[in-house]
Design a protein around this ligand. Structure first.
Ligand code: G6P
Ligand code: MG
Length: 226
């Protein structure tokens, strides 16, 4: 039996997979990095992908040698400022901001009766899906407030399968972040990476962009990879 036959569900990351909000998180964090005096770099931006709000701030402070420079209350203020900026940025999202190929892909998955869930660390995920007009596809979203550990820990992807009533081996996880691909792999799901194959080295298969993300292409690439 081919690997694809056992697949019953897809567990999606949101930011950078469904829509380009990874860019908006990056923009808001860049401003905080400037404020605390941490030099910005692409490497730092990549390290923050898929990582929760408080942990992201800690990474930025550590990168600038400022890990002991702020009280907990000040750190909460910085994280809140980042979130307020991010929420202003997402307030103008529309269905036009869904990444290329994703509307057709979601439609196709729905038609073929695959189950779908969202495994995003973002507490803003429901608001983003609402603005994109995609809530009908995703009645099942992992609540990041219930998680003990963030990506690369597999917990979020295991929950993403469980809320669909599926085992991880019945699911494909889709991610743009290295930490997310590691989480999918550790969960025992097939990992589909979106982005740079050198950054997403652990992924079962990688597509450079979402525009070629189709069931036929995934099935074909999985057969090649097997
Ligand atoms: C996702 C994004 C991260 C973000 C995290 C928390 O994982 O990829 O960039 O830091 O969610 O998002 P939130 O909207 O709750 O601050
Ligand atoms: Mg992402």
């Amino acid at each position: 039996m081919s690997i694809f036959k056992q697949i019953k569900g897809f567990v999606f990351d949101l930011d950078g997979v469904i829509t380009d909000t990874a860019r908006l998180h990056t923009k808001a964090w860049h401003e905080i990095a400037d404020q605390v005096g941490t030099p910005w770099s692409h490497e730092l931006a990549d390290k923050l992908r898929g990582i929760g709000r408080e942990e992201s701030l800690d990474i930025i402070l550590r990168a600038g040698g400022k890990q002991d420079a702020y009280t907990d209350a000040e750190k909460t203020q910085l994280a809140t400022a980042k979130n307020e900026h991010y929420q202003r940025l997402i307030s103008t999202l529309t269905p036009q901001d869904i990444l290329p190929g994703i509307p057709e892909f979601l439609h196709d998955l729905h038609e073929h009766e695959y189950l779908m869930s969202i495994a995003s660390a973002s507490r803003n995920a429901p608001a983003v899906l609402e603005r994109l007009g995609l809530t009908q596809y995703f009645p099942k979203i992992v609540d990041p407030n219930c998680l003990h550990t963030g990506k690369p820990n597999p917990e979020i992807f295991i929950k993403g399968a469980a809320i669909l009533g599926l085992e991880p081996r019945q699911c494909i996880g889709v991610e743009d972040a290295a930490a997310g691909v590691q989480a999918i792999d550790a969960a025992g799901e097939i990992s589909v990476g979106i982005g740079d194959k050198d950054v997403l080295r652990g992924a079962t298969i990688v597509f450079p962009t979402t525009s070629t993300l189709t069931l036929a292409n995934i099935s074909g690439r999985l057969k090649e990879a097997a």
